[in-house]
Design a protein around this ligand. Sequence first.
Ligand code: MRU
Length: 325
Amino acid sequence: MENLRFDGKDLFIIDQTLLPNDEKWVKIDTCESAYNAIKTLMVRGAPAIGIFAGYCMAIFSNGNDIYKLKKFLDSSRPTAVNLALATQRIVDAYENQKSLIDEAIAIHNEDIEMCRKISEYGLSLLNDGDGILTHCNAGELATSRYGTGLGPLILGKEKGYTFHVYCDETRPLLQGARLTSYELEKAGIDTTLICDNMAGYMMQQGKINAVLVGCDRVAANGDVANKIGTSSVAVLADYYNIPFYVLGPHSTVDFNCKSGNDIVIEMRDGDEIKKKYFEKPTALECTKCLNPAFDVTDNKLITAIITDKGIIKQPYSKTLKEILK
Ligand code: MRU
């Protein structure tokens, strides 16, 4: 499932805010529309934002100050590591007088390769017939191909595995309901949508054999920033003794962050909680809303971090450095 098309000249994205009801492709033709597309989640998911930003830097740096452009795009969403990494790669290419568009295409192709490897490692931990819980969307819409959190399921389907997937709807922006269930249905995978606060019940009922989620930034000690609500799922999985797997490219590990406390959490407009996707507001205009887009899962709750470089387990402070540095 494609989320972005570059035809050699123009860049188009599928507007993810309109899915699953409308599949509308939008041309991105200015720096401002690029910023807006990331900010409003028309393009979202950590790797997909990085890929998109790479193309935008390559296309829109012509006639613009590339350093200012990087700063501008980086400021759209702070938590995921991929955005600033991708824009930096284009700046490096510029300083080394390399083709910027070739660099953007390389970022895109590398992500396809990394997702494939992550999916293979992830699949090696699953069994045919498993019940899987997912949170948010870490599939092809959030990446390039296969996905990270959903990658083992899409690859497994291709190889003839049967999975029963339960998708948390993922309040308040409903990436699980609108995007994950849509992607999995399209892939022909048995999918059931549940309310976020149903995860514990499904685990208690013995329906879940593993939890698979993507990641936005991994600290050096293995704490992980992920979509808001993920840490609660991890606590439940720990209680019910169910493996909790975090999947993402090795570049998601940020050794500059010692622990999750160092990760900047994006705060979004509180109105998204009570107004977005509802016909009428669900709370009074005067009711305060707190809307962090991500939370941090303590490394003690994570069974393994699955990267394109392999399956990494505790003690993360040692193993992440050994395998990835
Ligand atoms: O706010 P979003 O929709 O960009 O958040 C996405 C997630 O949290 C994903 O799970 C994460 O970026 C990993 S994407 C493979």
